[in-house]
Design a protein around this ligand. Structure first.
Ligand code: MSP
Length: 533
């Protein structure tokens, strides 16, 4: 099961594939931005990376939405994918390598093969099921998981996540022998303690599996919007089995063996905590059953909350990311959610908190620093970066600060997915550079016209610009556009190449930015916010 890692293998990260019953909101964008930062970071480590996202288009939820809108499910999906989902990822500068849709032939044909293989191996049998089903979750629920409805739903049992009544279903289904995989899964979790993160998520899954698993209904026969069961076309494959397989079909399962071997399994499946069990229990069991390697990690993020509830379109609390980017810009948007909410815990969005961080951290600490340094190189050296010939302990401390920021952010963002901690480490360094300028007072040193005074002035400004060179490299994954502006303003590109090609491992090499480059003031990185409507 623990195949030897193929040395040519890509670092493979996935987002959940999103239901296209509606437009994306902040909650969906949260995970997708996190995955984008993680994969950009690994690209800058010099690794080969594969970042996958996509859409989940089958099932009753989509079918009913399409019906309610008077169009076919396929038309509905096509419209939403092209008009809402793909444009949002472009807008947020998501650099995904592929976008899989579960209605594509490259997916559906392979899903049928996978399920047929399980059937041929005796892992699937026919039975019947009766129980409460939540169409929002697309999942049969155990009676104990339900809540008593209140108000308009008084007297009904409701889903704890969607807060809507469940439906009683009675169907003839096919079942996957999931119950047989409990002990094997527990053994796998014990041997791979980092498989489920964070710790709270791991504990929840362990408790769930330890209680014993039931077999999983993997087909539905009362509607037809899905992938047909190959040996019994009256049934469609359960939407979750169909959806999970995207992680295999998108990277060549059954169609491109070389691609599959160099990509699969995922290094990180990013998931919301509500869909953890599907990824940490059902998905590995499906893979075990078909003799495929298991993912390295499943990392659950918390929810963005509104008024104490999970933000969602069905609760009418879904905020469109564009409502925020129009005001704060895309870079600040990408920064804010990862900086403000420790990854793995729930967090509330607040306009005031966003504005406060924008002004103090981005505009004042970072943006002003960049523009002051460029302005001083312009004023005192005609925009040509001078050489540092009089370095001392203060510059050594800066170089050390940069090295610390690189090491900490690499460990936190690149390994632990602690985005908030990693970004904080970079911004501690930004603060250190501000402190350095306050102490060194280059504007006063500039008045000393002696050669020693001029050499100190040159050294201070070089050190500040060189620090910003490091900051641009480290922030590129989080804020690619603004970091690119900074890179341009430092005149770094002709000498050092494009920003995205700068390696994290070399970011701390002090003295990388060559003296003599042209430093320009450029666009303001974080303009003052407009008054809110
Ligand atoms: N289609 C399934 C996933 C299949 S993956 C093989 C699905 N789709 S979803 O669109 O409902 O949700 C996708 C992801 O968005 C989930 O990880 C979910 O946790 C996340 N979020 C939805 N609302 C959210 C918040 N308010 N906050 C953070 N993430 C949330 O489930």
């Amino acid at each position: 099961m623990t195949a030897v890692q193929n040395p040519g293998k890509s670092y493979y990260v996935s987002t959940p594939i999103y239901y296209v019953n509606d437009r994306p909101h902040l909650g969906h964008a949260y995970t997708t931005v996190a995955g984008d930062v993680l994969t950009r970071w690994h690209r800058q480590r010099g690794e080969q990376v594969w970042y996958l996202t996509g859409t989940d288009e089958h099932g009753q939820k989509i079918m009913r939405t399409a019906e309610a809108n008077g169009v076919s499910p396929q038309e509905w999906c096509d419209k939403l994918v092209e008009e809402a989902w793909k444009p949002l990822w472009e807008h947020l500068e998501i650099a995904n390598d592929d976008f899989i849709r579960t209605t594509e032939d490259r997916h559906t044909a392979r899903v049928q093969e996978f399920v047929q293989d399980l059937y041929d191996k005796g892992e699937i049998y026919q039975g019947g099921y009766e129980g409460p089903y939540c169409v929002g979750c697309e999942e049969y629920k155990a009676p104990g998981e339900l809540l008593d409805g209140e108000g308009e739903f008084a007297g009904s049992k409701i889903c704890a996540i969607h807060k809507k009544p469940v439906e009683m279903l009675k169907e003839e289904n096919y079942f996957f022998k999931l119950s047989e995989y409990g002990p094997k899964l527990l053994e796998f979790y014990a041997a791979n303690p980092g498989f489920i993160q964070p710790e709270s998520a791991r504990n929840e899954v362990l408790r769930f599996v330890e209680q014993g698993l039931e077999d999983l209904s993997i087909s539905r026969s009362t509607f037809d919007w899905g992938v047909q069961i190959p040996w019994d076309p009256k049934h469609v494959i359960y939407v979750w089995v169909d959806a999970l397989l995207n992680y295999a079909t998108a990277v060549g399962y059954g169609s491109d063996q070389a691609k599959f071997e160099s990509t699969f399994p995922a290094d990180v499946h990013l998931v919301g905590k509500d869909i953890l069990r599907f990824h940490a229990v059902i998905w590995p069991a499906m893979l075990m059953a078909n003799g495929l390697p298991l993912p390295k990690r499943v990392v659950a993020n918390g929810w963005l909350m509104v008024g104490g509830e999970k933000m969602s379109k069905s609760n009418l609390t879904g905020i469109a990311p564009q409502d925020l980017t129009a005001h704060f810009g895309v870079d600040a948007y990408r920064y804010y959610f990862l900086r403000a909410i420790p990854f793995g815990t729930d967090g509330s969005f607040s306009w005031e908190d966003f504005s406060a961080r924008y002004t103090s951290e981005l505009a004042n600490d970072f943006g002003n620093l960049a523009s002051r340094v460029a302005a001083m190189v312009g004023k005192y050296f005609g925009g040509v970066l001078p050489e540092a010939t009089a370095s001392g302990p203060a510059e050594a401390a800066l170089a050390e600060g940069l090295a610390k920021a690189v090491a900490e952010s690499d460990e936190k963002i690149g390994e632990r997915l602690d985005f908030a901690g990693g970004i904080a480490a970079i911004f501690d360094f930004v603060k250190q550079v501000n402190g350095y300028l306050t102490e060194q007072e280059p504007w006063k040193v500039a008045k000393d016209e002696s050669p020693e005074g001029q050499a100190r002035l040159a050294t201070i400004l070089y050190a500040a610009a060189e620090s910003l060179r490091g900051v641009a490299v480290l922030l590129n994954a989080v804020m690619p556009r603004v970091s690119g502006l900074l890179w341009d303003s430092l005149g770094a590109e002709p000498a050092l190449g494009v920003l995205a090609d700068q390696r994290i491992g070399e970011a701390a090499r002090w003295g990388t930015l060559p003296a003599g480059v042209t430093v320009t003031k450029g666009e303001i990185l974080f303009p003052r916010l407009e008054e809110k409507k």
